[in-house]
Design a binder for this molecule. Structure first.
Ligand SMILES: O=C([O-])CC(=O)C(=O)O
Ligand SMILES: [Mg+2]
Length: 218
C-alpha cells in the first residue's frame, strides 16, 4: 500500500477496485461515522485490522472488569486499525477517551466499531479517528465484555479477518480481504487514472455523457 500517499486513496476508489474483483459487499453500513474531528484535516484511516469481539456481559458486577479489553490493548500494534464488533449493541460505550489516549501512545491508527462511544468531545479533540454508531454515556463494565481479540469477526454484515486492510474516510468504511491486497494498488490506480481523464474532459466542456462514453467510468 506504500504506493498511495496522503488523500489519494479513498474508500470510494477502494470499493470500486473491489467491485472489479467481484467483491461487492465489503462496506460497512452508512450508520457508522467518524467522531466529528475539530481538526481541519479530513478523516482518513488506513491500516491492518486488529479485531475485538464484544458480547453482553456475563455479570452486571464483575469482580475483574475490562479483562478482555485490557488483554486486547496489550496486543494491539502501531499502525493497526482496531475493529471492535459488538453486534450493533447500544448497551454501553465500548470506546472512550482513556482507550484513545492509550492507543495514541502506541501509535495505533484508529478504530472502527459497530457500537457506541463516550467522551465524544475528548475524542473529537484527540484527532484519533473513531468510526462509530453514536454516543452513549454508559460504561461497558457489567454490560459488554470483550471475549476475544484477533479472531475473525462479522461487523455490520461484513466479515473481517485479522490483518485485512481497513480503508475509512468520510464516505465510510471498506474492508479489503488480505488475499486481494496485492491486487489492490493496480486496480485503484487504474480507476484513479480513468477518473482523472473524465475530470479533464468535463473541465474541457464535455458533457458527463460524452466523458463517460469516452472513458467508460464515473
Ligand atoms: O470506560 C470505557 O470503557 C471507555 C471510556 O470511558 C474511556 O476509554 O475513557
Ligand atoms: Mg472515559
Amino acid at each position: 500500500m506504500n504506493a498511495f500517499h496522503g488523500n489519494e486513496l479513498t474508500s470510494a476508489l477502494v470499493a470500486d477496485a473491489l467491485d472489479t474483483f467481484g467483491l461487492r459487499h465489503q462496506c460497512l453500513g452508512p450508520g457508522l461515522a467518524p467522531v466529528r474531528s475539530e481538526s481541519a484535516n479530513p478523516t482518513c484511516l488506513v491500516g491492518p485490522a486488529f479485531t475485538l469481539l464484544a458480547q453482553a456481559a456475563a455479570h452486571p458486577n464483575p469482580a475483574s472488569p475490562y479483562q478482555g479489553l485490557l488483554e486486547g490493548m496489550d496486543h494491539v500494534s502501531a499502525g493497526a486499525v482496531v475493529v471492535f464488533a459488538t453486534g450493533n449493541s447500544a448497551a454501553a460505550a465500548v470506546w472512550g477517551e482513556l482507550i484513545t489516549a492509550a492507543c495514541q501512545h502506541k501509535a495505533v491508527a484508529g478504530a472502527v466499531t459497530d457500537g457506541f462511544v463516550r467522551d465524544a468531545q475528548a475524542l473529537a479533540q484527540s484527532g484519533f479517528p473513531v468510526f462509530n454508531r453514536g454516543s452513549v454515556p454508559y460504561d461497558s463494565k457489567g454490560r459488554l465484555d470483550v471475549v476475544a481479540h484477533q479472531v475473525p469477526i462479522e461487523i455490520d454484515g461484513v466479515r473481517v479477518v485479522p490483518g485485512d486492510l481497513i480503508v475509512a474516510d468520510t464516505d465510510g468504511v471498506v474492508v479489503v480481504p488480505q488475499q486481494v491486497v496485492p491486487r489492490l494498488t493496480r486496480a485503484v490506480e487504474a480507476k484513479q487514472a480513468a477518473e482523472h481523464d473524465v475530470r479533464a474532459s468535463v473541465a474541457r466542456g464535455s458533457t458527463l455523457r460524452q466523458a463517460f462514453d469516452q472513458h467508460g467510468v464515473l
